[in-house]
Ligand binder design. Structure first.
Ligand SMILES: Nc1ncnc2c1ncn2[C@@H]1O[C@H](COP(=O)(O)OP(=O)(O)OP(=O)(O)O)[C@@H](O)[C@H]1O
Length: 315
């Protein structure tokens, strides 16, 4: 969905990105991580078409960001690490303004503003001035502005900074919800445990270079090009009916005795498919005692990126 190739970006006298290349698949949530000054914000700004690289290309949904920035902006939402809201506007006016500036027809704007406010749980704040909102509410309005035109891609630079644990949890739930609607998200943060809750991929940047891009789920790409995640099913007791219950599924490992977990491939990020599988197993009387996606923790994956980095730096 986002294709970056050989991206080089220079600030005056300083090279921030040294030939970054990465392919971010549709429907994924990528944690963009790396130390301060690694180049994360610069990469996001280039993806959003706000900064012009010295060399390389970026396409979003097949459209070249530099050649057709306006077309890309219809497909993309971006939340900067230092976003601003117009303090004298109400939440409704902020969302209305964003919708209008994204070219949504005036007649459709009020409906869309209501939908976004409902989605972000801001309905009872529509008449509040932006200046009177809490940090978490302001963050939600800013995200609302970024998604008002229903983009396919959402880039969020440090969206959770300054939020309390409850607001962070709300934000995690929101990101999972956006992903379940098919959106592709790239989220930068320094808090790995928080990204771990909802990210499917890690993109680690160090000194302006990609040190790791990997899926956190144990995935495979099927013949139709669909990225699949591996789901582990643990039985509490033997289940002779298991093979029959899974007849319509792509099974990686089947053990009806329950001695080892059975593993099944499902479309990555498709929570409905996961729920349907669990419902099917339960309906067939399969005694499921644990059911989860097989994944590597972000911390572990980031550690691997670090060890690659140190081994790469060794003489
Ligand atoms: N406007 C600028 N002018 C000159 N250099 C800049 C500018 N903005 C960033 N840089 C430099 O480019 C490099 C990458 O910065 P960038 O903001 O992309 O890093 P980052 O990974 O987002 O960092 P952080 O985690 O601290 O937000 C850094 O070395 C930074 O000092």
């Amino acid at each position: 969905m986002i294709h970056v190739s050989g991206l080089v970006f220079d600030y005056l006298g300083h090279r921030a990105l040294h030939g970054v290349s990465v392919d971010i698949p549709q429907g994924t949530v990528t944690a963009l991580v790396g130390p301060n000054g690694a180049g994360k914000s610069t990469l996001m700004r280039c993806m959003a078409g706000l900064d012009t690289p010295l060399a390389g290309t970026i396409t979003v949904g097949g459209v070249d960001v530099q050649e057709h920035p306006r077309e890309v902006h219809t497909k993309l939402g971006y939340l900067s690490d230092f976003f601003g809201l117009y303090q004298d506007l109400t939440v409704e006016q902020c969302l209305h303004y964003a919708a209008a500036s994204q070219g949504i027809a005036e007649s459709r704007v009020p409906k869309r503003v209501k939908e976004v406010a409902r989605f972000l749980n801001l309905e009872n704040k529509l008449q509040s001035l932006a200046s009177n909102l809490s940090r978490g509410q302001r963050q939600r309005v800013a995200i609302g502005q970024a998604i008002v035109h229903m983009p396919q891609v959402l880039l969020l630079d440090e969206p959770a900074s300054g939020l309390d644990p409850e607001a962070r949890a709300d934000l995690s739930a929101l990101f999972r919800n956006l992903q379940s609607h098919g959106m592709t998200l790239v989220v930068s943060s320094h808090i790995l445990s928080e990204l771990d809750e909802y990210c499917t991929h890690i993109l680690s940047i160090r000194d302006g270079r990609v040190s790791r891009f990997a899926s956190l789920a144990t995935t495979a790409t099927g013949s139709e090009g669909v990225v699949k995640a591996l789901v582990q099913v643990q039985l509490a007791a033997p289940a002779p009916q298991l093979a029959q219950a899974l007849a319509a599924y792509e099974v990686a490992h089947l053990d009806a005795s329950g001695a080892t977990p059975t593993t099944v491939y499902l479309p990555a990020g498709d929570l409905a498919a996961r729920a349907a599988l669990l419902a099917k197993l339960t309906a067939e009387g399969v005694p499921v005692c644990a059911f989860q996606e097989v994944r590597t923790s972000l911390q572990m994956s980031y550690g691997q990126a670090d060890s690659h980095h140190s081994s790469g730096a060794a003489p």
